[in-house]
Design a protein around this ligand. Structure first.
Ligand code: PEP
Length: 252
């Protein structure tokens, strides 16, 4: 039985004060859940403040990216040790905004994944196709390439700390959500691929999140799909009421 994971990616939004206020509001929507976990990914500058705000709760605090080295001449990067020092225990890696706007490649993303895992962080690897790739029938190839390359060299025993987020690029921040059938098809494909690359039990235990315009109005039907184990939420995570409703999705 996989615990679902409801994750909020705050992107480049919130000062420390805004972030703490938002975290406090989100906490009001988080009773102790037996079947789900909540993760917040504030900007780097607010990780420590948010971790302090949610301390004593079960909320997981995450960075929005991470370097593979502990320290060194990597201007502009954040190390896994720094994330942990600030109170974080997870890192989002390979978000489509990193891939598209900052030209992060599968090779770089793979280094980040391995670095996060080597330092005991949870690694949330984001994958997803563009509209052109989907329309030209390339979706499954794109997902397979991103996952094979992103997880190259990851050991089976490390997979317990890997979460994959399927985020079709055409659905991120656009208001267009993949239909529940489209999302389920991609998730089932990803689980099958993981069972080929690792083992069946690794695939069965691994959580696969859907991301792309998740809202209070579509979360229930998405979460009812057998291979959807949570959501990675951007826009709607900046509003505590909306994110609270998403966290408290109704099971069918
Ligand atoms: C995201 O940032 O990962 C995301 C899915 O954004 P949105 O929910 O706004 O589409």
């Amino acid at each position: 039985m996989r615990k679902s994971l409801m994750a909020g990616n705050w992107k480049m939004h919130t000062t420390r004060e805004d972030a703490c206020r938002l975290a406090e509001e989100v906490m009001k929507h988080c009773p102790t859940f037996a079947d789900r976990e909540v993760l917040l990914a504030p900007p780097y500058t607010a990780i420590a403040a948010v971790a302090e705000t949610v301390s004593g709760s079960d909320i997981i605090v995450s960075s929005q990216n991470v370097c593979w080295e502990e320290q060194g001449a990597f201007t502009g990067e954040i190390s896994p040790v720094m994330v942990k020092d600030a109170g974080g225990s997870a890192a989002i890696i390979g978000h489509s905004e990193r891939r598209q706007l900052f030209f992060e490649t599968d090779t770089l993303i793979n280094q980040r994944v391995k670095g996060a895992l080597d330092f005991d962080l949870m690694a949330l690897l984001c994958v997803g196709e563009t509209l052109t790739e989907r329309e030209s029938g390339q979706m499954l190839n794109v997902l397979e390439t991103q996952i094979r390359n992103g997880l190259a060299g990851v050991r089976a025993e490390q997979m317990a700390r890997v979460v994959i987020a399927y985020e079709p690029v055409w659905a991120i921040g656009t208001g267009k959500t993949a239909s529940k059938e489209q999302a389920q098809e991609a998730h089932a494909f990803i689980r099958e691929l993981i069972s080929k690359l690792f083992e069946k039990n690794v695939a069965e235990q691994m959580r696969i999140l859907y991301g792309g315009s998740v809202k209070p109005t579509n979360v229930d039907e998405l979460m009812a799909q057998p291979d959807i184990d949570g959501a990675l939420v951007g826009g709607a995570a900046l509003d505590a009421e909306s994110f609270g409703r998403i966290i408290n999705y109704q099971k069918n």
